[in-house]
Design a protein around this ligand. Structure first.
Ligand SMILES: Cc1ncc(COP(=O)(O)O)c(C=O)c1O
Length: 476
């Protein structure tokens, strides 16, 4: 009987994007080493039932956490005073960095964080959750944070300045030296969000690539987030948040003894948490080690360079910014659109991620390149060239003028289910399935093009309505 259910599980999974094979260029990071995946999976399974709530009950979890943080300290030029915590992912690390900075300054009544407009959405989520105002500063034409403008935005309410190494959308490293020095001079913490670059940029530097300074070697950097479930190639569910000193980290801890149950003592937002992801990360990091990561970085950066060079030969495509790390962002010349390209790539077995137009930057394609893609670069470039031909032949996706008018007339703050249904009907893009749920179209270009004409606030409202509709229970 359980075998039948596992067969059903595998059938369900068959509809998902592949996590191995190097052809899924967002969401997953693939070392291309089956043995590494195997030991990671086994460790997750072996620790699935353990509970990280109490490190004295499961001392092996504490030992693995301290090992992982130690490895990261070496990688990130941390001083001997540095400490760190394993969290559930990049967003939790960013949330905790903001919460810690806020709670370190109880004297500030209406705290703010100063961020670039390219900062990861996790910081806006943190601002939303923790009642902190995000002061957003536009980036310059190179999509890097404008350090002068950001520091000018720092005032007596600021609890944190954030830079990215690199930013997700454009793959470029912010001027951390200037940001951190300016923040320190004003007595403000400076967090470097290296969730996606932190485990690979140090190896890029060791390979002789030009990497702007961003680690704890930079004076004034007070905390860094780095995700093991990205370029450490660990199973999903871990990230690290490092602080320069224990005193800087202290407000992250939460203890509560004023109730009749166990005294709650947490270093993260979760309380009960599986030890599986931590064990998976520990096994993968111990197995690959420094030399393993250096080799994986070498493979990955060779792939990045070949992709950048190859894209130059595909007429309508261009690389938006020369990548500082492993993220490649592509734009078109307008003869085709990235949303059609995304669909065309998917039919050829490649997942690339569309990014909407924003602040004068056109819609783009995001490629997170990982080591496993290295063996398939020619195939990727061939697929891109063929997808571009097909997309040019189809012409850019147009949104009906009536639909644009419909969207413009809607108020995102008051979008009702009726409005949402009206838009679905007017666009003719998303139908209903037999049970009344949403039936997604095979091709998403029309939906993405429609979202692209909407304002960011309207996109959010539409997507929330969409998710609400998708997430409905299956009753028996
Ligand atoms: C720069 C950066 N920060 C934060 C995050 C959030 O990480 P997660 O998706 O693990 O929560 C990401 C995810 O890609 C990222 O690229």
């Amino acid at each position: 009987m359980t075998d039948d259910i596992l067969t059903r599980l595998r059938a369900l999974q068959a509809g998902d994007l592949p996590v191995h094979g190097g052809r899924t260029l967002a969401y997953v990071y693939d070392s291309g080493l089956p043995e590494i995946d195997r030991v990671g999976r086994e460790a997750v399974a072996a620790y699935a039932g353990t509970n990280g709530l109490d490190p004295t009950a499961f001392p092996s979890l504490l030992a693995m956490e301290n090992d992982l943080v130690g490895f990261a300290c070496d990688l990130l030029d941390a001083p001997d005073t540095a400490v760190g915590t394993v969290t559930s992912g990049g967003t939790e690390s960013c949330l905790l960095a903001v919460q810690t900075a806020r709670d370190a300054r109880p004297d500030i009544e209406r705290p703010t964080i100063v961020v670039a407009d390219t900062v990861h959405a996790a910081f806006h989520k943190a601002a939303h959750y923790f009642g902190v105002e995000a002061v957003v500063v536009p980036t310059g034409p190179d999509h890097r944070a404008d350090a002068i403008a950001m520091l000018a935005a720092v005032d007596e309410r600021t609890v944190l300045v954030v830079g990215s190494a690199p930013s997700y959308a454009h793959g470029v490293v912010d001027p951390i030296t200037a940001l951190a020095a300016g923040a320190a001079a004003r007595g403000v913490r400076c967090h470097v969000d290296a969730c996606i670059g932190g485990w690979v940029l140090p190896y890029a530097a060791r390979l002789g690539r030009d990497v702007p300074p961003w680690t704890f070697a930079v004076e004034g950097v007070t905390s860094i987030s780095v995700d093991t479930h990205k370029y450490a190639y660990a199973p999903k569910g871990t990230s690290l948040l490092l602080h320069r000193t224990p005193a800087l980290r202290r407000p992250a801890f939460f203890a509560f003894a004023d109730w009749p149950g166990y005294t709650m003592l947490n270093s993260t937002m979760q309380s009960t948490k599986s030890g599986g992801p931590l064990a998976g990360a520990w096994v993968v990091v111990e197995s690959l080690g420094d030399e393993g990561y250096l080799e994986l970085a070498r493979t990955t950066f060779e792939a990045v360079d070949r992709i950048v060079a190859g894209v130059g030969a595909i007429g309508p495509l261009r690389v938006l910014d020369p990548p500082d790390s492993t993220l490649v962002t592509l734009a078109t010349d307008g003869t085709c659109d990235v949303f059609t390209l995304t669909d065309e790539m998917l039919t050829r077995g490649w997942f690339v991620q569309p990014q909407m137009s924003y602040a004068g930057t056109p819609p783009t394609l995001h490629l997170s390149v990982s080591a496993a893609t290295g063996a398939h670069v020619d195939e990727l470039l061939g697929a891109l060239a063929a997808a571009v031909d097909a997309a040019v032949a189809a012409g850019p996706e147009a949104v009906d003028a009536d639909v644009v008018a419909f969207i413009e007339a809607l108020d995102p703050a008051a979008l009702s289910d009726t409005d949402f249904d009206g838009l679905l009907a007017a666009s003719g893009l998303v139908g209903a399935d037999a049970t009344g749920g949403l039936a997604l179209p095979e091709r998403m270009a029309g939906v993405n093009a429609l979202l692209d004409v909407a304002s960011p606030r309207m996109r959010e409202a539409l997507l929330v309505a969409f998710l609400d509709r998708l997430a409905r229970p299956v009753r028996r």
